[in-house]
Design a protein around this ligand. Sequence first.
Ligand code: SF4
Length: 319
Amino acid sequence: MPDLLINPDLRFNSYGTYLRRRFGCRVSKVNVDGGFTCPNRDGTRGTGGCIYCDNASFSPGGTVAEIPIEIQMAEGMAYHRRRLGSEKFIVYFQKFTNTYAPVERLRDLYARALAHPDVIGISVGTRPDSLSDEALDLLADLAKRHYVCIELGLQSMDDKILQQIGRGHTLTEYLEAVARIEGRGIELCTHLIYGFPGETRDGFLRTADMMAGLPVNSVKIHQLHAVKGTRLAELYHQGDFVPITHQEYVATACDFLEILPPRIAIQRLYGSAPLTIRVAPTWNLKNNQMWFSIVNELKRRGTWQGCRLTDSCLKAGNL
Ligand code: SF4
């Protein structure tokens, strides 16, 4: 593995490794619920939300909007200190669309998160169509003094799939948002999902090529999974959503990593949902088993992140 960015034990550039390299200590993300909604649920872009959306499936318990974020942060930080020995924290505004509010409210929430002496920055999950100039200016200003990451949900680069899953935005809107973020001192993470009905492995792998050409600092990928109460769960019960197998997911995730430039850190490699709401797929693997199934497959193949990139791609600044 020639690239210094790659964690030799994992065979990819993990976000945890990146944070330790950058900040010199263990840094954990702490989720908070800032009480936002989403334009794809409140009627601005749509009402039903994305077909797989149930925020309970991707938020740890305890982050409810009625609890002041300071208390949510304190609980999250105590947990990570105890469990991982983390010393510094990034407050992650995760639930729904965390730039979708008047800028005064955003300023208040972000400032309160950054006021804690052990918080080195914020990460803000949002949609490509929900980044106003005012919100972007605010984040760019904060980025002069703190770590600031925008996590943009793209999920698929195929407009047909975006339409089919009710995302309410297009690839073009994602690319426009990326262009507006570039050069503002803000890190950019892109969220991707593999396993949509009708999606092919080749189609998903083209996303890695696209990421290579964009100013993306990190990615999160996970398998499409259905949880109770979502339209995707209905499709599953009707036989119209056939989840990919664990083997297919691991193989595709490894293929993806092999063509992803080492400069792009990996924030997430799989998705999980509480057993009480999980519908499909049911791979019956614990989180660390999911993680290590991908790490072990890279080891078995003798490959690593970016190993299949051409020299010209690496010379183009994709180290
Ligand atoms: S954009 Fe996010 S919060 Fe909004 S409906 Fe889709 S998955 Fe849910």
